[in-house]
Design a protein around this ligand. Structure first.
Ligand SMILES: NC(=O)c1ccc[n+]([C@@H]2O[C@H](COP(=O)([O-])OP(=O)(O)OC[C@H]3O[C@@H](n4cnc5c(N)ncnc54)[C@H](OP(=O)(O)O)[C@@H]3O)[C@@H](O)[C@H]2O)c1
Length: 264
């Protein structure tokens, strides 16, 4: 379970821990949080404190799996991050850092663990993408690019791994207030609060997309309409996102909330 130190990953670890026979390996950078979580769970749990973009990260996670019996029934690729800003302001460097954690790190870890997942089949991989992997918004292009890539790659992996007994599911959350994605403006207004979901609901969707065998789950489910509208009514979607109507969707990451807090 990657990204287990906060938000969706933490809620998913707690949800998975309730299943009989579960044993978890928690992965993120903040070791103290992983230790506290592991000690609080009702199932055996270990942790690997690692930056998933580091060269040796996949090997370190694989070693932890090997130490615990070299079997793996579920890999949840959830760790991710976002830094908002237009391409003109943030450039290729911002695209690169999004791809490193939201796409490259997922592909590298999956490559390291795929032989174990095949040997442990039936097994599953869940990749936590985003509705932003279907619909791009201004100042979110780098994040969207990484999530579009993740979904495209996951769709192919789903087809490739099915004959080997490894199910690949994708979860596409909408707005879920968490540390990295505080959704500050959406939480302030009653009308936009309705658009928010919770880490616990995404955790449930991850279970449905993994052991439950679903190929794709939006959270909330109605967000599937956003993806559908982008395909069927691209002009309308562009007009809505380009108008003031989308104003409150523009400050949704921790970095940007911090910017607005100190008045920049
Ligand atoms: N919340 C939303 O509105 C929303 C919507 C759509 C999709 N998502 C996706 O959901 C996933 C989880 O996000 P969240 O909302 O739960 O955010 P979060 O609370 O900020 O959690 C992000 C997790 O990823 C870990 N992480 C980040 N960079 C890492 C790195 N380089 N190496 C290892 N671990 C790293 C963080 O742990 P450390 O800092 O301890 O390393 C943390 O556990 C992400 O993939 C995100 O794109 C979120």
């Amino acid at each position: 379970m990657t990204g287990a130190s906060s938000g969706i990953g933490l809620a998913t670890a707690r949800r998975l821990a309730r299943e009989p026979g579960t044993e978890l390996i928690l992965v993120a950078r903040r070791e103290e949080r992983l230790r506290e979580l592991a000690e609080s769970l009702p199932c055996p749990a270990g942790w690997v404190a690692v930056d998933l973009t580091a060269e040796d990260a996949p090997a370190r996670v694989r070693a932890a799996v090997q130490e615990r019996g070299d079997r793996l029934h579920l890999l949840v690729n959830n760790a991710g991050a976002a830094w908002r800003g237009s391409f003109a302001e943030t450039g290729y460097a911002n695209l690169r850092r999004h791809m490193e954690i939201n796409f490259d790190a997922v592909a590298r870890l999956t490559e390291a663990l795929l032989p174990t997942l095949r040997r442990s089949a039936p097994s599953a991989i869940v990749n936590v993408a985003s509705t932003a992997g279907r619909v791009s918004r201004a100042r979110s292009g780098a994040y969207s690019a990484s999530k579009f890539a993740l979904i495209g790659w996951s769709d192919a992996l789903h087809l490739e791994e099915a004959p080997h007994g490894v199910h690949v599911g994708v979860v596409l959350p909408g707005f879920v207030p968490t540390e990295g994605f505080p959704a500050t403006e959406l939480r302030e207004k009653a009308l936009t609060r309705m658009m928010l979901s919770s880490p616990e609901r995404v955790a449930e969707a991850i279970c449905q997309a993994g052991p439950g065998g679903r190929a794709e789950r939006y959270v909330p489910r109605a967000y599937a309409l956003a993806g559908l509208s982008r395909m069927l009514l691209p002009g309308v979607v562009r007009r809505v996102l380009g108008s003031g109507a989308a104003g409150s969707l523009t400050t949704s990451t921790a970095a940007e909330a911090a910017d607005s807090d100190d008045g920049r």
